[in-house]
Design a protein around this ligand. Structure first.
Ligand code: 5GP
Ligand code: ZN
Length: 113
């Protein structure tokens, strides 16, 4: 998607602090971190949100969930971490390219769920 911020980051058109990359996904530091560790993991394929996950890309999302604990371990999050994916306006999604926030390095203040 030519007008998608995260597609531009994946393509290298917008700089980012890369944490991890493989053929299917890319991970980078959030520009406005809300915890000492705040990494975004995105599929290289443009999927708008969790709402766009289906039988055609479920393996890709499963792969990302094998990458998340590797990143957490590499970031030293031995005491736990939170994984968040906002979907749509009510959840406050601001970038319409599927992404998983990895947050850690401190006790999370809000216990919504
Ligand atoms: P959302 O609000 O959609 O769940 O999460 C989008 C995240 O992308 C936010 O946490 C925001 O700080 C981050 N973000 C927005 N623009 C950029 C950018 O240009 N670079 C990086 N690294 N993160 C960004
Ligand atoms: Zn995109």
């Amino acid at each position: 998607m030519s007008d998608c911020l995260f597609c531009k980051i994946i393509a290298g058109d917008i700089p980012s602090a890369k944490v991890y990359e493989d053929e299917l996904c890319y991970a980078f530091r959030d520009i406005a971190p809300q915890a000492p560790v705040h990494v975004l993991v995105v599929p290289k394929e443009h999927i708008p949100s969790c709402d766009g996950v289906d039988d055609g890309n479920d393996a890709l999302v499963g792969h990302i969930f094998t990458v998340i604990p590797k990143i957490a371990a590499a970031e030293g999050l031995t005491n736990g971490y939170r994984v968040i994916s906002n979907v749509g306006a009510d959840a406050g999604q601001t970038v319409p390219h599927l992404h998983f926030h990895i947050l850690g390095g401190r006790r999370m203040p809000d216990q919504m769920v």
